[in-house]
Design a protein around this ligand. Structure first.
Ligand code: NAD
Ligand code: UDP
Length: 318
């Protein structure tokens, strides 16, 4: 990445900020763009002041003004937690559609390679298990999750059309549940929810009976996959996620063990259209990118818990 210049849209978010760090570590210059819709200035703390780092505050739906040469555009901008996109439905649809098109136009104008952050949610409540990239998915287009799922499906279609019709070099990554430091404690996702509950000695709020499954990838592993994909010549979608699948009940026990605390399991209603099972088939990532996750859940949880402990004085307060 030495001598390259990367634009990271959504750079003040959880994944975006880790990606900026990794790109700087690899010797690239980085322009992070964000409007702080769900991101935070705090996530830029370790980035501000690093040589080669710039931040531009912009809503990518309104347009994108980035000066100078650009080699890579990573489009990570979008609310990502089910609570966030339920509260920001129109913003989510617009950033996935208009925002993605503005990002593609930037890549086209500068001859940059474009990477779209898509999601396992394009598979909806999957009828195929584990999910491979050839599966078209089972999405309810009018349900509460549709604003996110369909925006990402549209973004994939748009990205593919820009590749076919405009000759833009594109990459599509389907990201599965990812966790780590800088998630927002109250973004409603299960990792910060359970870690916060464990640290406060509260009960774990399991939605439904807790037999639904997820597979959790540590953010460092994900970012490595993003960089490998960007540098490859793979244009079709690639799943990036950790294949270690577990029920949400098992996950609560893993958090309890790692944090050394937490109360009993209490059950709350299962959100509508909550996928019953999710596990990535990472054959493509393994064979085409030489990628696979390296950080075990126990180690990733330790890092994440230690992060939430350090912010316990302010944002982690109940
Ligand atoms: P996040 O909410 O922490 O980060 C998203 C960032 O995008 C935020 O900083 C937000 O302010 C910014 N943003 C949103 N709309 C914008 C706009 N119109 N203009 C400029 N900036 C805007 O979420 P995250 O978990 O870091 O997710 C990053 C990306 O990865 C998203 O595209 C998400 O869909 C995708 N993804 C994440 C996961 C995961 O488990 N974290 C799973 C699948 C896909
Ligand atoms: N979940 C839960 N308790 C919580 C938050 C989430 O049981 O406090 C469940 C949720 O219903 C889903 C899983 O945990 O089945 C993962 O939820 P998350 O919002 O983290 O991500 P999703 O995979 O649904 O996008």
């Amino acid at each position: 990445m030495q001598g390259k210049r990367a634009v990271v849209l959504g750079g003040a978010g959880f994944v975006g900020s880790h990606l900026c760090e990794r790109l700087l570590d690899d010797g690239a210059a980085v322009v992070a763009v964000d409007n702080f819709l769900t991101g935070a200035e705090e996530n830029l703390r370790t980035l501000r002041g690093r040589p080669g780092f710039e931040f531009v505050r912009q809503d990518i739906v309104e347009g994108l003004q980035v000066e100078g040469p650009v080699d890579y555009v990573f489009n990570m901008a979008s609310p990502a937690s089910p609570i966030d996109y339920a509260q920001l439905p129109l913003e989510t649809l617009r950033v996935g559609s208009l925002g993605t098109e503005n990002a593609l136009k930037l890549a086209e104008a500068r001859g940059a390679v474009f990477l779209q952050a898509s999601t396992s949610e394009v598979y909806g409540d999957p009828l195929v298990h584990p999910q491979h990239e050839g599966y078209y998915g089972n999405v309810n287009p009018i349900g509460p999750r549709a604003v996110y799922d369909e925006a990402k499906r549209y973004a994939e279609a748009l990205t593919s059309a820009y590749a076919r019709v405009r000759g833009v070099q594109t990459r599509i990554v389907r990201i599965f549940n990812t966790y780590g430091p800088r998630m927002r404690l109250k973004d409603g996702r299960v990792v910060p929810a359970f870690v916060g509950q464990a640290l406060r000695g509260e009960d774990f709020t399991v939605f439904g009976d807790g037999t639904q499954t997820r597979s959790f990838c540590y953010v460092k592993d994900l970012v490595d996959g993003l960089v490998r994909l960007m540098r490859s010549d793979v244009t079709g979608p690639v799943n990036i996620g950790n294949p270690r699948e577990m029920t949400i009940l098992q996950f609560a026990e893993a958090v309890r063990a790692a944090a050394g605390g937490g109360g009993k399991i209490i059950h709350q209603p299962l959100p509508q259209n909550d996928p019953k099972q999710r596990q990535p088939d990472i054959t493509r990532a393994r064979t085409l990118l030489g990628w696979e996750p390296k950080v075990p859940l126990e180690e990733g949880l330790r890092e994440t818990i230690s992060y939430f402990r350090t912010i316990a004085g302010d944002r982690a307060a109940p």
